[in-house]
Design a protein. Sequence first.
Length: 394
Amino acid sequence: MESLLINGARSISLEAIAEQAERVKSIVAQVRGAMLAPDARKKAPTFSTTQLMALTGLDKGQVDYRVRKGDLPSGRLNSTGSRREFTLEEARCWVRDVRKEELRPEGAEAVTIAIGNFKGGVTKTTTSLTLAQGLNLRGHRVLVIDCDPQGSLTTLFGLLPDSEVNVDDTVLPLFTGDQADITYAIRPTYWDGIDLVAAASFLFSAEFVLPAKQSKDPKFEFWNVLNYGIDPVRLDYDVIIIDTPPALSYTTINALMASDGIIMPLPPNALDFASSAQFWDLFSDLTTQLVKNRGGSKEFAFIDILPAKVESTDQASLVVREWMAAAYAEKVLPVEIPKSMAASTSSAEFGTVYDSSPGNAGTRTFKRAYEAYDRLVELIEDQAQTFWRKQLGA
């Protein structure tokens, strides 16, 4: 029998892998260059009067009155003079004024939320950025911390982790002990009111640094480094969102232990559901060993399971959604993030549905995605407000 030629049968050297890595990085840079502007790269959206009304809950007469009054930004007419447009910064001024009673009260600290799951591809990173943008559009000031060495969240902010992120832009100096708190790494982003602590591949070394320090000093609490590191900024932000690696690593444990709440995006399929059980089982074992057995304690204000990438026509997913309801009960959020072309298109363009142009927002798939994420943001804001009230003893 004639032997078959199998693609990839030839041996591949380490040098060849390095060349492949360079080719892939080059293509990513070209793709991003085509999608994003060369300097600022990403630009925040602008808002029409209609969109401003939706954000603030004001009617057109109220908006016109405040524009004439001049106590809030008046925006500018577009090139044809047919409509008034507001920058993100201007729109947020309006939102913060109208919704001031809904914002973090004085004296309360930021609510810190970790987005976690063992599995990759479950919309962890997209959830992190979309939630940050949605809360920001409701007037909240947000800090986003990328703890995933892959730097996907950093990329969504328009930065190439391998070429535009230095060690001092990440949490690594905090983990090594070279920095006492996280303020050194915070940078502004293209989105007004959202700051970023970036990530890059060298963050993998935290998985060696932290256990090495623990072995040298038994009193060192490796799981609390990030928790202590963000303490100085908890009064500077309303919400702190941490994107975690797709593994229960030393970095992930730090993120979870620094958080007041946890959100797990969970697609309704059997493999992801089974993986979620392993996640909570291992997390329980680790926290018992690291915290409870040392006389400590840890409480979370909320733990949310977010049904993600849901296909309403997929009959198999209906069964898994029943499993999720039985297993997680009230922790399952009453919202489902649909698997839609809207989300896929936004992701391909290094963005989210909130980054999308107003023209896209009118399509049916985009409307479904917007509505789902708006509902998610509303639910998380409710939990944040409860957290702030408890802090103040109200």
